[in-house]
Write a protein that binds this ligand. Sequence first.
Ligand code: NAP
Length: 334
Amino acid sequence: MSSTRLLSVILNDGHFMPMLGFGTSAPRKVAMSNVEEAVQVAIDVGYRHIDSAYSYLNEEAIGQAIRKKIANGTVKRTDIFYTTKMWGTFSRPELVQRGLELSLQKLQLSYVNLYLVHYPVSLQPGEEFIPMDSQGKIIFDTVDLCSMWERADMYYLPLAGYTDDSSQHYPLQAMEKCKDAGLARSIGVSNFNRRQLEMILNKPGLRYKPVCNQVECHPYLNQSKLLEYCKSKDIVMTGYAALGSDPGKEWVKKDNPVLLEDPVLNAIAEKHRRTPAQVALRYQLQRGVVVLAKSFTEKRIKENFQVFDFQLTPEDMKTIDGLNKDMSYFENIL
Ligand code: NAP
């Protein structure tokens, strides 16, 4: 068995997903050359799981980095687990596959390993990421979650709000069809609460359960109830903002306490001769959460990968559990 598999979890559709993923969402001002460089460093260091999204606007650079690493023999495509996410403007069943194809075009890859519904929210289709009306209010769409997940009909219709000619005659293909078409090996969701997951799981005729639910998860928002629920349904929880995210990013609150400065986390780190970041990541791994860590700094990219050679004690885990205050770093915009 390859070392990548040893550090992986098996998903409910039989595919493997590496437990530690490399996050790639960064403030808009970060140059694409930095993204490309960081992804290459991450692959060299040993990360095999890379997380991005259509809305991060960086998939060209990531695709370039992955393809370079394949071309120079560092990895094969089958070694890499790549995740992208469907933005809300692609929520209509007839647009779901289109969203994925646009990502694949940018990546210049033939498939992704995981395609996630980014938010349980649909937005008016069109070129605007966040469509707004003249009063500055977000224009939502009315697609229900179940039709976003699966819509079996295969007919053609013109797509209102879309200027791209090729989308004018597009077959209805939603999440499950993307898997059938081989464009996504696995499908899942992100930012879903229990009720929203239940809507999908209880949907008549469900063919593929979501393999994972990617949510904000760190010691200040440990999502213990949702984690328990996901485990009971064989859905992996993936945690983002596990290091407390970056207040320089859009939608991240600016005045929250800094997770990595937490004295309790620091004391546990000191005891193990590790850094608070390593403890925050290890905490998630030991509770069965697949964890994402973003850094575009070589030293930290390496540091964040050194989390498989030490163990937190049950007391450490309990102490970190005690830091929970249901505090989100992200603004609830959508
Ligand atoms: P994060 O991984 O919690 O934190 C990233 C921040 O921590 C960056 O500012 C980084 O700075 C810093 N950092 C990284 N390693 C460090 C270390 N060892 N010591 C000190 N600081 C360190 O935040 P995130 O990027 O918000 O979340 C991770 C990933 O999850 C994202 O990149 C994205 O792929 C995904 N995500 C998904 C969603 C969703 O809705 N599904 C939402 C948000 C994020 P440097 O880069 O300067 O090192």
